[in-house]
Design a protein around this ligand. Structure first.
Ligand code: SF4
Ligand SMILES: [Zn+2]
Ligand SMILES: [Zn+2]
Length: 320
């Protein structure tokens, strides 16, 4: 197996490119593909303040590393979700990565800063854990970017993530989500620009990138992810990709080229506007379309006082 570029011994095959690569040229491929995506979708500009959402997993550490290698100045933001050992360990990986490179990592913790964690808070608020978690992440990432005056918020979504979400949206014809499933969302109404520069790389690519670069990342998946529909969509797409290399890339990129525009003005079935009028949340100041933003409303439900004996009340207990 020889490297397509230098004809030296290859360490990895990339079937959708019908090519093999040595370590040096695979790492260069990952950087080149990321740089191409950034340029194609005008994601980032020189001198901008950039914040990357870091989970301690392979994708977020790979994109942080690649952006630094490409010459961008990028700070990280880590949100503690309170999902037992998984969260404790993921924080250690994120902190170690930043410390070893002298990078700035801002951190926030749901339990410490908002009084609830994902497992207990979602139960108290009668919301699915991933739904409460996703809302919390969106809010806290946006807030960190807004308060830190960052121009862009980067996330480590890769091709497998985007193709799986696209499959779910197509299976259910969720046209309002299809219209917003883009690798870059412009800044608007006080929300930062949101970009996904890894959409040309697969999970296998980012895992190999971390391995070959010597980046230590949390291999374990979130324990709550088991049973998540997106995992079954990923498995189905991997089956298709096995017989038809490049199918995932074609599915996602041809959607962007040929179909995404057609859904740009789609509205939710309930008639609410996708981009609602915005005023500050009366509780936290975040841009929102109601008096109180969805995250503050979740926080209130997740931490609301519950009755105990003798008519007294106490705060709902959350696990450490
Ligand atoms: S799988 Fe875990 S980290 Fe991902 S959204 Fe669900 S609870 Fe959050
Ligand atoms: Zn080579
Ligand atoms: Zn709020």
């Amino acid at each position: 197996m020889k490297c397509r570029v230098c004809r030296g011994p290859a360490v990895i095959d990339v079937r959708r490119h019908n090519a093999n690569f040595c370590k040096q040229h695979f790492l260069r491929l990952c950087r080149d593909q990321t740089a191409k995506t950034i340029k194609q979708f005008s994601m980032l500009s020189e001198g901008e303040r950039i914040l990357v959402a870091v989970s301690g997993g392979k994708d977020s550490l790979a994109i942080w590393d690649i952006l630094i290698e490409l010459g961008y100045e990028v700070d990280g933001f880590y949100l503690g979700l309170g999902i037992g050992d998984y969260s404790d360990t993921s924080a250690e990986y994120a902190q170690r990565f930043a410390k070893e490179r002298g990078l700035t990592l801002h951190t926030k913790d749901l339990l410490r800063d908002h009084g609830f964690d994902v497992p207990n808070g979602s139960r108290a608020a009668k919301r699915a854990p991933c739904s409460a978690c996703g809302l919390s992440k969106r809010h806290c990432f946006d807030e960190a970017a807004r308060l830190g005056a960052y121009d862009a918020l980067v996330t480590g979504h890769n091709l497998d993530d985007e193709a799986a979400v696209l499959m779910g949206n197509v299976l259910h014809w969720q046209t309002e989500y299809l219209g917003r499933q883009l690798p870059v969302l412009a800044a608007q109404h006080g929300f930062p620009r949101k970009v996904k520069p890894l959409v040309r790389l697969t999970e296998r690519d980012t895992a190999a990138y971390c391995l070959l670069r010597g980046l230590d990342y949390l291999v374990d998946e979130c324990p709550i992810a088991a049973g998540n529909k997106h995992l079954s969509y990923k498995a189905a797409l991997n089956d298709i990709e096995r017989d038809s290399p490049g199918a995932k890339h074609a599915f996602y990129f041809r959607f962007l080229d040929q179909a995404a525009d057609r859904f740009a003005t789609a509205q939710p079935e309930d008639g609410a506007e996708v981009v609602a009028p915005v005023s500050p949340c009366t509780n936290c100041g975040a841009p929102c379309s109601n008096e109180v933003c969805a995250f503050c409303s979740l926080t209130m439900r997740a931490t609301e006082a519950v009755p105990i004996e003798m008519g007294a009340t106490r705060r709902r207990k959350v696990s450490p």
